[in-house]
Ligand binder design. Structure first.
Ligand SMILES: NC(=O)c1ccc[n+]([C@@H]2O[C@H](COP(=O)([O-])OP(=O)(O)OC[C@H]3O[C@@H](n4cnc5c(N)ncnc54)[C@H](OP(=O)(O)O)[C@@H]3O)[C@@H](O)[C@H]2O)c1
Length: 260
């Protein structure tokens, strides 16, 4: 049965990977953004989770909501917590069968403010009257690549090299999310991680080699609970190596393409 599915965060990194996959899986997708792009192939809905613009129209006549909107660099309390509250309330009123919330491995362990807001949003979703599913994933390769792109402009790369990460291709996260994007809520499903756990220092050196750069990577000692959590591997799930694309393979694809 094809379901009518609202995708929040449809312009984002994960949203862009989800859109074609949901369609290929037979969903009738309504894509949401604060500023929908011109795109004849997709039905777009203007939606702002902070002030509620477009919310009622977005959830009406929808079976499934895939909630991938977030504001990691912005006001994550307003978007991720209060916005999620607004969304699940409207979804419950509209009789939505399943709200699938995308979260991050370690949000309950690492006291980073963004993670605390994601954890609170998970609780909002689970406490709501609307049936739900929560899928946690590890960091996307592209997210880590973006961070290292920023650092790469410096003559020396000061990095907390001992942090442990398990990056994954966003396409593989999207595949796992689509599996649960059905009218049958599944609650908390097994987390989704990349194929290998590596230190940030090791990942940065692989990035440097892929770009043919020679800048020194220097260990930046980071005190505090956040860094301790990442060092302890709280943002990883070594028993759940669902993704198969390694960091090195992702880098090879990225730089072969750029230098071709
Ligand atoms: N990035 C990672 O490494 C990673 C890892 C694991 C899990 N996740 C989770 O995966 C999900 C998607 O992350 P992402 O990296 O794809 O995010 P992203 O690229 O930053 O995209 C964020 C999306 O949220 C939308 N948005 C922002 N503010 C909004 C608002 N006020 N109202 C409605 N929509 C709003 C943006 O749309 P407009 O600007 O067009 O409105 C955009 O489409 C998030 O739940 C994130 O926590 C991410």
């Amino acid at each position: 049965m094809s379901s009518r599915t609202l995708l929040t965060g449809a312009t984002g990194t994960l949203g862009q990977a989800l859109l074609p996959r949901l369609r290929d899986d037979g969903h009738d997708v309504l894509a949401a953004s604060r500023s929908p792009p011109a795109d004849d192939d997709t039905a777009w809905q203007t939606l702002d989770l902070v002030d509620g613009t477009g919310l009622e129209a977005a959830v009406s006549d929808v079976d499934v909501v895939v909630h991938a909107a977030t504001a990691p660099q912005g006001d994550s309390e307003a978007v991720d917590v209060r916005g999620t509250e607004r969304l699940v309330e409207a979804a419950a009123d509209a009789g939505v069968s399943n709200v699938l919330y995308v979260s991050i491995v370690g949000v309950d362990e690492i006291p980073l403010s963004y993670y605390q807001h994601k954890h609170e949003a998970e609780r909002v979703v689970e406490a709501s009257e609307v049936p739900s599913t929560v899928v946690r994933a590890t960091q996307f390769h592209s997210f880590l690549g973006g961070l290292l792109d920023g650092v790469s402009r410096l003559p020396v790369w000061p990095l907390p090299t001992k942090l442990r990460l398990q990056p994954i291709a966003v396409e593989e996260v999207a595949d796992a999310v689509v599996e649960h994007a059905t009218p049958d809520p599944a609650g908390r499903v097994p987390v989704v991680g990349g194929p290998e756990v590596r230190t940030l220092g090791d990942l940065a050196r692989a990035y440097r080699a892929a770009r043919g750069l020679r800048r020194p990577v220097v260990r930046l000692p980071l005190p505090g609970k956040v860094a301790r959590g990442f060092r302890a591997g709280d943002a990883t799930c070594p028993d759940r190596t669902v993704g198969t694309t390694t960091w090195d393979e992702w880098l090879a694809g990225r730089y072969d393409q750029e230098t071709a």
